[in-house]
Design a protein around this ligand. Structure first.
Ligand code: CLR
Length: 437
């Protein structure tokens, strides 16, 4: 299959192998948690939140049963569930089709937010998480680089693309809804099959919000406008996530348009971020046509009735559909279940700071809630003590694997992976990581 790779793609693929990125991942992915039901005590969200109006989530102490056994580091890894869209994007010669697939990728990560009204564990300063998928050809790595504000620096590499950025979520509970704004900029570099020059895209994520807290029916919604820019050739894309609205009439809806570098509209797309996204070629220049959205007809999912793969004749085609969601503890997706797996072959490879070693989260995952609460308190105390000691010694905290630099293209500050983690991991030299758990 080597003929299908360009020089740049081959170089990346070889580097990933040379640095042993997939070592330890031989057990394959986990398909089930240890418990089959979470049996979390039911408690009204409003009854605990009402005293916390005006606070941000990271400064709230909530009973641990409002948590889910993932960390914010792992929630960022969940963005990769549909990474196949990026591999697909790289295959198109038409750069606007690449953009269309990048846009749908950026929206695909919201499917996982359905039924997940729970607080992910707030990573400890210096906590890391790695996740390689030999079958999907990527490696992901993230480090908690700041505690207040909560910032995770992330870096994913694959033969055909790199995806990096900072997760910096600002939260506010205003009494009616709980709002999350993403301050970080996301970068995606695609090495297309058809050209030597790579595409650099950037965007900011839409807002998340929890609505229905007062009425006892809390739900996650995603809303706002997203603009994706291709800095290499000027292609642009706008995505509009509609707020759920009065009577949920526009729940889960999104619409978008892809423009070429000259500003001409090339594709329109739309659908529901919890279900499927379709696209259509724009045949008339300057058309104001919008994607018509249809609801799933009883029994037959719309996905089963549509063409897949780009159609250039103006007919509608399916770009993406969400994976099914069998009932699971904590309503985790199948992908989320794979993340915190303590696979026997993997444990000897990962850093001591890796989330998989975090005791409170592990206890939560296994349904031991009292222990989870006690351990959470203990590791947070330990983190406070370390901070006090740094203050006494006038030491400034420095992240271990990332450094803030100025981006060569956007000229904005970003967190750059310093290239050391995977190399040292390969030689089993991660022993000098701080003791945070
Ligand atoms: C959305 C997809 C993004 C990454 C991301 C970051 C923060 C997450 C958010 C996602 C989904 C909603 C979220 C949020 C942090 C807290 C919030 C999980 C995954 C939950 C729903 C808040 C629960 C409130 C408690 C008080 C119960 O790419």
């Amino acid at each position: 299959a080597d003929v299908e790779f360009t020089e740049a793609q081959k170089e990346k693929r070889e580097m990933l192998l040379k640095e042993g990125s997939y070592l330890g991942y031989e057990d394959g992915v986990r398909t089930k948690l240890r418990i089959s039901k979470d049996n979390r005590p039911k408690m009204s969200l409003w009854s605990v939140l009402k005293s916390m109006i005006g606070k941000d989530m990271t400064r709230m102490t909530l009973p641990v049963t409002f948590n889910e056994p993932t960390s914010l580091l792992q929630r960022v890894a969940e963005d990769l569930e549909y990474s196949n869209l990026l591999d697909e994007a790289a295959t198109f010669e038409d750069s606007t089709l690449r953009m269309l697939h990048v846009a749908v990728f950026s929206a695909s990560s919201y499917a996982s937010t359905i039924k997940r009204v729970a607080k992910p564990f707030n990573p400890l300063l210096g906590e890391t998480f790695e996740y390689s998928r030999p079958d999907m050809h990527y490696r992901f790595f993230t480090e908690q680089v700041s505690h207040h504000p909560v910032i995770s620096a992330t870096w994913t590499e694959s033969p055909k693309w790199d995806f990096y950025g900072e997760s910096n979520v600002d939260s506010d509970f205003n009494g009616r809804s709980f709002d999350f704004k993403h301050l970080g900029l996301w970068y995606l570099n695609i090495r297309p099959d058809s050209q030597t020059e790579s595409d650099l895209y950037t965007w900011k994520k839409p807002n998340n919000t929890v609505v229905g807290i007062l009425v006892g029916n809390p739900q996650v919604d995603n809303y706002g406008d997203v603009e994706i820019v291709n800095h290499t050739n000027g292609d642009r894309c706008c995505i509009h996530f509609k707020a759920r609205g009065w009577r949920s009439s526009s729940a889960y809806e999104l619409k978008g348009e892809v423009y070429n570098g000259k500003g001409g509209k090339e594709w329109i797309f739309g659908g529901h971020w919890n279900e499927a996204i379709y696209a259509k070629k724009v045949l008339k220049p300057n058309s104001s046509e919008e994607m018509q959205l249809e609801k799933t007809k009883a029994g037959i999912p719309a996905t089963a009735r549509s063409k897949t793969g780009p159609q250039s004749d103006g007919s509608k085609f399916l770009v993406w559909h969400a994976h099914s969601r069998p009932e699971t503890p904590f309503n985790l997706t199948q992908f989320a279940i794979t993340l915190n797996a303590p696979q026997p072959k993997l444990l000897p490879w990962i850093a001591p700071t890796d989330t998989r070693h975090r005791p409170d989260q592990r206890a939560m995952e296994e349904g031991r809630y009292d222990e989870a609460g006690d351990e959470k308190h203990r590791v947070e105390q330990k983190q406070r003590k370390a901070r006090r000691e740094r203050e006494l010694n006038h030491e400034e905290y420095k992240p271990k694997w990332f450094k803030q630099e100025t981006h060569p293209v956007t000229k904005l500050k970003y967190w750059k992976y310093q290239g050391e983690y995977w190399k040292r991991r390969k030689d089993h030299k991660l022993g000098d990581c701080p003791d945070i758990f």
